[in-house]
Design a binder for this molecule. Structure first.
Ligand SMILES: CC(C)(COP(=O)(O)OP(=O)(O)OC[C@H]1O[C@@H](n2cnc3c(N)ncnc32)[C@H](O)[C@@H]1OP(=O)(O)O)[C@@H](O)C(=O)NCCC(=O)NCCS
Length: 160
């Protein structure tokens, strides 16, 4: 297994993994990813098994303390000097789940964000995954302003 950052050629594979992991109303589209890959390909962490992408994390860097829905669509809001590494999505394709792969990706994002001098990581998640992110040290800050996909999301923050 190998973790690497992304290039534009990964667009199709990334879009397929996302579609396998999220319902249509929540999944980022090929067009969303294309915009992100143009601006911040180095903030994609792809987990490969023999060249096949089996999971990934992506998210912009920002000085804003909370994730807001505009960030998912507008890659220009990325600020490489920002304090917070956001995590827009954590994906592992179904047949590779419950083997610690998402945790492997999360540990790598956290160590890279620390090395880059960030203040911490922020993400939004549904209630069923709060306990999962707490295992990495994230703290639940309550219901998010996000209305992404019509679901209820919680703001989670890991401060270094
Ligand atoms: C969430 C997800 C990334 C976990 O990937 P993974 O590689 O299986 O993660 P790990 O092996 O590190 O950890 C698995 C843990 O996730 C948690 N988990 C995953 N899905 C869960 C669910 N539906 N309900 C409750 N807990 C869940 C459990 O704590 C599980 O631990 P367990 O096996 O001891 O019960 C993967 O299930 C996925 O892609 N889901 C769909 C997309 C999604 O919801 N992403 C997160 C929101 S951003």
């Amino acid at each position: 297994m190998n973790i690497r950052t992304a290039v534009m050629e990964d667009l199709e594979s990334i879009t397929k993994v996302e579609a396998a992991c999220f319902p249509k109303e929540e999944a980022a589209t090929s067009s969303d990813f294309e915009k992100r890959l143009r601006v911040y390909p180095e903030y994609f962490w792809l987990l490969e098994d023999g060249g096949k992408i089996i999971g990934f994390i992506n998210g912009m860097v920002t000085d804003e303390p909370f994730i807001r829905d505009e960030m998912f669509k507008d890659a220009s809001l990325h600020n490489k000097n920002g304090m917070w590494q956001t995590i827009f999505g954590v994906n592992t394709i179904p047949e590779y789940r419950r083997k610690g792969y998402a945790a492997m990706l999360m540990e790598k994002v956290i160590s890279d964000a620390k090395a880059q001098g960030r203040k911490g990581c922020v993400l939004t998640c549904k209630d069923k995954l709060i306990h999962y992110y707490e295992k990495f040290g994230y703290v639940n800050e309550g219901i998010s302003s996000s209305a992404h996909g019509g679901a209820v999301w919680y703001d989670m923050r890991l401060t270094f």
